[in-house]
Design a protein around this ligand. Sequence first.
Ligand code: NAD
Ligand code: K
Ligand code: MN
Length: 354
Amino acid sequence: MKTYRIATIPGDGIGKEVIPAGQQVMQALAQACGTFAFEFENFGWGGDYYREHGVMMPADGLDALRGKDAILFGSAGDPDIPDHITLWGLRLKICQGFDQYANVRPTRILPGIDAPLKRCTPQDLDWVIVRENSEGEYSGVGGRVHQGHSIEAATDVSIMTRAGVERILRYAFKLAQSRPRKMLTVVTKSNAQRHAMVMWDEIAVQVSKEFPDVKWDKELVDAATARMVNRPATLDTLVATNLHADILSDLAAALAGSLGIAPTGNIDPERRYPSMFEPIHGSAFDIMGKGLANPVGTFWSVVMLLEHIGEPAAAQRLMAVIESVTANPALHTGDLGGKALTGDVTQAVCKALA
Ligand code: NAD
Ligand code: K
Ligand code: MN
């Protein structure tokens, strides 16, 4: 029997609630399928580790993750530590250290979810947003001079490389090609950002020639937000920069009903390193420690993990169970207007799997 080695990193806030729930569901699924097993190693990195050691994860942390088949991640973000420290010290360290350059974010309206777009049916909203995950606005290059003085100046330099743009666009075209509608929208802001974004547009034209069967178009990011709301059915696969796709995908999650449902994968398509799967939400300071967190985003992330490691049947089985659970309003957590707790939803999923 195949045994997959999975690293779990709950991190902070509700990450510590939804990741154990995800692990429970994975155990139940492995038991139900009976054809594979998981061997988990849990890493207690994050805010608590920072308070004790002054860093979010140990210097040799990436080495400990290197041999894993995949990583299941919760959230980095602690009310008492600046967000740029928690984010750069853990999540971005892993994403960049393992060159997980494709961040993939599916969005659908699951059964039973009361999504805010009233004229939109679940058939109208079925998107995958591909986010460039290794450079761009989140390159970490920049600085501050004359800090605190009236003449202070600060920069965050957005670095886009031809190689980086080409590989993410190729990934997005390939993904679009694999979906039934074979449609891709390339989102940029090439009217205002006249250097790197113009290069994106040019490379898109070039890469598109490798995918003659993919219908593709361009959209400016501000117009893309309006199109998501007004004409959702005209979109299928979208690709955008690190910052733009970060913002678009939170909007997408909200349009599909809740941030608590949405999953993502930080993927190294070349499989040189383990890829990392996580709900798109953060630590949710306002609800942490109360058992109120919606674990569905984590469960759907597990579905993506299963597809990535090569267990598509198990992925389908779990997705069907997730949909049967969202279809039942008695199993909706507070973000969906219900009263269910993290544990209720988790138990229902495990029971349905058995
Ligand atoms: P957030 O996603 O933590 O929360 C935004 C809102 O959505 C809150 O009202 C929260 O209660 C709600 N929410 C989020 N997930 C939910 C769930 N599973 N169930 C029910 N409700 C849910 O975003 P934020 O408030 O901007 O950030 C809080 C912290 O998390 C910050 O430190 C931020 O840097 C960090 N963060 C980390 C990641 C990551 O690790 N990938 C992502 C986003 C934010
Ligand atoms: K997260
Ligand atoms: Mn985000």
